[in-house]
Design a protein around this ligand. Sequence first.
Ligand SMILES: NC(=O)c1ccc[n+]([C@@H]2O[C@H](COP(=O)([O-])OP(=O)(O)OC[C@H]3O[C@@H](n4cnc5c(N)ncnc54)[C@H](O)[C@@H]3O)[C@@H](O)[C@H]2O)c1
Length: 441
Amino acid sequence: MPIVEAVSPATAAILEEKIRSRRARVGIVGLGYVGLPLAVEFAKAGFTVTGIDISEEKTRRVNAGDSYVGDIPSSTLAPLVEAGKLRATTDFAAVLELDTINICVPTPLRKTKDPDMSYIVSSCQEIARHFHAGTLVILESTTYPGTTDELVLPMLTKGGLQVGHDFFLCFSPERVDPGNPRYQTANIPKVVGGCTPACTRMGELFYSQALETVVPVSSTQVAEMVKLLENTFRMINIGLVNEMALMCGRIGINVWEVIDAAATKPFGFMPFYPGPGLGGHCIPIDPFYLSWKTKQAGIEARFIELAGYINGQMPHFVVDKVQNALNDAGKPVKGSRILVVGVSYKRDIDDMRESPALDVMLLLQRLGGIVSYCDPYVPALHVEGLKLESSPLESAADADCAVIVTDHRAFDYQLLVEKAPLIVDSRNALKGVVSPKIVRL
Ligand SMILES: NC(=O)c1ccc[n+]([C@@H]2O[C@H](COP(=O)([O-])OP(=O)(O)OC[C@H]3O[C@@H](n4cnc5c(N)ncnc54)[C@H](O)[C@@H]3O)[C@@H](O)[C@H]2O)c1
């Protein structure tokens, strides 16, 4: 049962003091790519942090100081755990002790491309069971505009607490860019919008203790929409440049050279690059949260649908390139050995979610190709019809064609060019290398 407290108007002042003095007990729900770095940042800032996750494995590893997130070395995590600044649990009863709660659970799409809110709902139901006055709650999971006010707020007010008075509720979009050494949780500006002005002020105060720049906005809906604008902008521009690649390919122009030259314009142009298709947890998914929502308001998100279609064609385009390159070499794809170089969804990370490499591999396999892969970040793959272990890059010598899908910096590209008889490069990883065996996107 929710605990309803008779609170004094001093609730805000007490919480503010706890946050300023770093005595506030910080909770992070969902210890994944987003939640764990956030937990570490607040622990580093001097707060005592409790991570709550349904995964026994993740909580066990956090408590052992053993990181599973690439951007957080165990050498950063372990001292915080040893110092008692960070611990993890699967038990939501920990909420009883918390002053702040950031929710960082997954928000995937269902097969029908509708938002899957089940993780937000189940975590908020658990939080509500132990909820108490004087708490700041911030939803960070990417979602459609209206989620915080329409879905989360009613679950937290069921016990009679009043938002902006007894507790504070905000939305703050997560902008983490895994594998980016320059911009990490602490120095990426944090947008935050609350249900009430008091909520926004509390959210701003909270983040400013651990993060360099906080950007308050007027409402939770604005904050939710900010994230969708950012990722839709990216998805549509990638769609445009992918279409440009298809057009350039057809009329025999090197699209990479075109983009590099266009990028010399000092204003009004921002380079985006074509590739084998979209991957990851954000860009292929988030815009569909927006189109789902706007459809209900009678507006078709046509740019999103179109870019989604073009981006979805890219794995097929890469496979066509491989097929044509093999044909030109006198080898049908059926029975040819094809080494896929790089399989995670982007360079220098181990995340396979929505990776276009999976589509490329499955399509090649369906055409009768004998597919292997090389990826230092992904030692083994077991998805759909594929069960493979990473091969060394040298195995390109035994392949009929290598196809670069993810351009990890760790690859020895010179070695690849020496060993592989034929290379399809979907990322311009071999920029500047002149060889008749290279086929570019
Ligand atoms: N990964 C990114 O680069 C990125 C960037 C920006 C925004 N986001 C958004 O942030 C959110 C989280 O993404 P992520 O990449 O960290 O996901 P993730 O899958 O890496 O982590 C989510 C964690 O939540 C846990 N979880 C699931 N249900 C739970 C529940 N009911 N209670 C407690 N824990 C639960 C999972 O076990 C997992 O550890 C998503 O909405 C995503 O769209 C992700």
